[in-house]
Ligand binder design. Structure first.
Ligand code: GLA
Length: 694
């Protein structure tokens, strides 16, 4: 029997075809098909031709490529019985269930007594699908590898884009050409990791940043993913995403993948970004929609472990003067935590540093009309801690393992550990008016273990349920745990430990395809950047932070009166603009001059925009290349001006450019010729505002 299923979003269509009751193949995913497209014709039209004698048909590339289908490439699932023998499935159609925007298909293998369930949800508004798969087995099995529904990737594409990176230098995009064989990416550190953001972009041959077809993928799992992008000898391509191989350490009767999010764009790479950002903001993040994002102050790079109430009060007062609205007390507040090598796990306030508890500091912060947030690193324990001395058996891995930042990882899959952490965190959330948690995770796991990640999700959910108003920020030495799985229970990410504004500009530029600005923390760091040793101008540091969810992290006592005035002015600008920027359409603006990293943010009424053009290095050209804008109304006129003229240090000799004048220009001109930027020193941010003329 032949079965077809079709699922649409506003702009996309996805069609699955099952022949002879076998597992379905994704035969179409792309721009929305006409409503009257005949699926029978489509099913015939996609049939493959071949010319060799190896098999009498081209093996199916199904949502779970099986050995029993003679699939010649990487299989969608690898499982074993308890005796260690490999189990080979041969699933056949059992039933389907289609609701408004979701489709569930169930397949059965009688011989091995298993069912395979595929669930797809289409999100009309955000133009995104989520796909997941589940295997239920009558007998317990070991699952070595299980891919979320496998996607047939386009053959009219030359390359794919994914990410490497490192601590302090996350989101390094890399381009890999499609060639026969597999491109494998895997995080084996037990977390998403700095080096393995689980995202993939496949632009087609005709596409560019803001036009043409592009296919986007994101795997929403915080325990480390495995991605296989394979080109078969017959030219077809498959994309598999799943949890790290062999991270299910124990046998079980039921295994489920995390959600794979996919979105096709007809507007180039940036269209994928638009859909994913909207999906994260509207369907994943659980925060009130009218949530005003407060300006943060985080004390980490100001004081590290050196907590002193009077100094903290002074810092809070100064931070408030420049515009901070939330004060986050970072690491160092709990008993004995005077350096990175002790006390994790002992979540009691240090009475030496805070003799009357945290309340005097919190009261001061409240008197400044700021809310209060507190740092935790719940999943960790220091060997030098009371908790470890009492419960050495609560850790993951061997006691003699290599430490990371002098710490071990708690096995939170042990129920007593989860309960202990819930109790300690709740005690503080109950005793103090804490509105925000910075939830850190600073070392890799000794081995990948899916149950650790599942237990983390349970703990986070428990805390969110008990304290629904408390927002949580996901930090893992900066961007080590950023994915849509963690974002189901957190409301902000600490994108990177690098407050070096040049590096941050690059990281933000890459991450904007995956994360809304409103959840992407960005702080103005100290004068001398702690991760690079670089000294960058305050105006540049401030404007880079103002591109995202703004905050400060330097010691405000280092600021001169003019620094304070500058920072206050940029912060005020951000406060005035944050509402519309939260929902802005953001397009990256590619420039032949690699010394410019630029984007345009356009408000939802499409009558106002701001361009952030960052001069990240010395240009190779003596005269700046015009910056071509995107996303404007070509027939409309715009009044365009450089907002922050006095923040641009420059050797500029012209007296007729943006540094001196405002311009009235058409969208057509701006999107074809482009905007002539001033000649600026490296580490300058040009903030150009445009308003549609009446
Ligand atoms: C990690 C975080 C920092 C800070 C420190 C505290 O490195 O990324 O922002 O919170 O831990 O120890």
């Amino acid at each position: 029997m032949t079965n077809q299923w079709r699922l649409d979003t506003l702009d996309q269509t996805l069609v699955l075809l099952s022949l002879n009751n076998r597992l379905p193949c994704l035969i179409y995913w792309g721009r929305r098909l006409p409503d009257n497209e005949n699926l029978n014709s489509l099913s015939t039209a996609v049939a493959k031709d071949w010319g060799d004698n190896l098999l009498d048909k081209v093996p199916e590339l199904s949502v779970l490529p099986e050995q029993s289908a003679n699939f010649p490439g990487q299989l969608g699932c690898k499982m074993r019985g308890l005796d260690g023998m490999i189990l080979s499935s041969n699933f056949v159609f059992l039933k389907d269930e289609a609701k408004d925007n979701s489709l569930s298909l169930v397949f059965l293998d009688k011989a091995i007594e298993q069912t395979y369930t595929l669930t797809i949800i289409s999100f009309e508004e955000s133009n995104t699908y989520s796909l997941s798969a589940k295997i239920d087995s009558k007998k317990p099995i070991f699952m070595d590898w299980f891919s979320a529904p496998v996607i047939l990737a386009p053959q009219n594409s030359n390359e794919m884009i994914d990410y490497g990176g490192q601590w302090g230098g996350e989101f390094r995009s890399q381009i890999t050409p499609w060639v026969t064989g597999t491109h494998l990416r895997e995080s084996r550190s037990g977390t998403t990791s700095h080096a393995n953001f689980p995202g993939l972009l496949i632009p087609t041959i005709e596409s560019s940043e803001n036009s043409g077809s592009c296919y986007g993928f994101h795997y929403g799992w915080s325990g480390g993913h495995r991605m296989i992008a394979e080109q078969l000898p017959d030219g077809r391509r498959q994309v598999q995403f799943g949890n790290t191989e062999n991270s299910d350490l124990i046998s079980g009767n039921s295994f489920e993948t995390a959600k794979l999010y996919i979105s096709h764009s007809s507007n180039g790479i940036s269209g994928v970004g638009k859909s994913f950002r909207s999906h994260v903001a509207n369907s994943i993040i659980k925060a009130p929609k009218d949530n005003v994002r407060p300006v943060h102050y985080n004390c980490w790079e100001a004081i590290y472990f050196d907590h002193n109430i009077d100094q903290l009060k002074e810092i809070a007062s100064l931070a408030s003067e420049i515009g901070a609205e939330r004060f986050v007390l970072d690491d160092g507040w709990f008993k004995g935590r005077d350096s990175a090598n002790s006390s994790l796990g002992d979540w009691d306030v240090d009475k030496n540093k805070y003799p009357s508890g945290l309340q005097p500091l919190i009261s001061h912060i409240h008197s400044l009309k700021m809310s209060f947030g507190l740092w935790f690193e719940p999943e960790m324990v220091s060997p030098n801690s009371n908790l470890y001395r009492q419960h050495p058996e609560w850790i993951m891995g061997h006691k003699d393992q290599t430490l990371g930042r002098d710490q071990l990882v708690l096995n939170i899959a042990i129920k007593d550990v989860e309960d202990y952490l819930f109790k300690k965190i709740s005690a503080l959330l109950t005793e103090y008016p804490i509105e925000y948690i910075k939830w850190d995770h600073n070392r890799v796991l000794p081995y990948p273990d899916a149950s650790q990640t599942k237990s983390l999700y349970v703990l986070l959910k428990r805390i969110r349920l008990a304290y629904p108003k408390v927002e949580i920020e996901s930090c893992s030495s900066g961007g080590g745990r950023i994915d849509y799985g963690i974002l189901e229970n957190t409301q902000r990410v600490w994108l990177s430990d690098s407050n070096d504004a040049i590096e941050r500009l690059r990281i933000q530029h890459e991450a904007i395809l995956w994360l809304p600005t409103s959840i992407t923390g960005s702080h103005v760091g100290p004068k001398v950047c702690h991760t690079s040793g670089r000294e960058l101008p305050l105006a540049f540091r401030a404007w880079v932070a103002a591109q995202r969810h703004m905050g400060f992290e330097m010691d405000p006592r280092e600021l001169s009166p003019s620094d304070k005035a500058l920072l206050k002015a940029v912060t005020n600008w951000w406060k005035e603009n944050r509402e519309w920027m939260k929902d802005a359409n953001i397009l990256r603006l590619p420039c032949v001059d690699k010394s410019i990293t630029a984007e345009i943010q356009i408000n939802s009424s499409e009558n106002h925009f701001v361009v952030f053009a960052g001069q990240n290095a010395l240009s190779e050209f003596s005269s700046p290349v015009p910056l071509v804008l995107s996303g404007l109304d070509s027939m409309a006129m715009y009044n365009v001006s450089l907002y922050n003229k006095n923040h641009i240090n420059s050797l500029s000799k012209s007296n007729g450019g943006l540094l001196q004048k405002t311009f009235k220009l058409s969208g057509q001109f701006l999107m074809n010729h482009g905007l002539q930027l001033p000649k600026a020193f490296p580490a300058s941010m040009m903030v150009i505002e445009g308003d549609k003329a009446a």
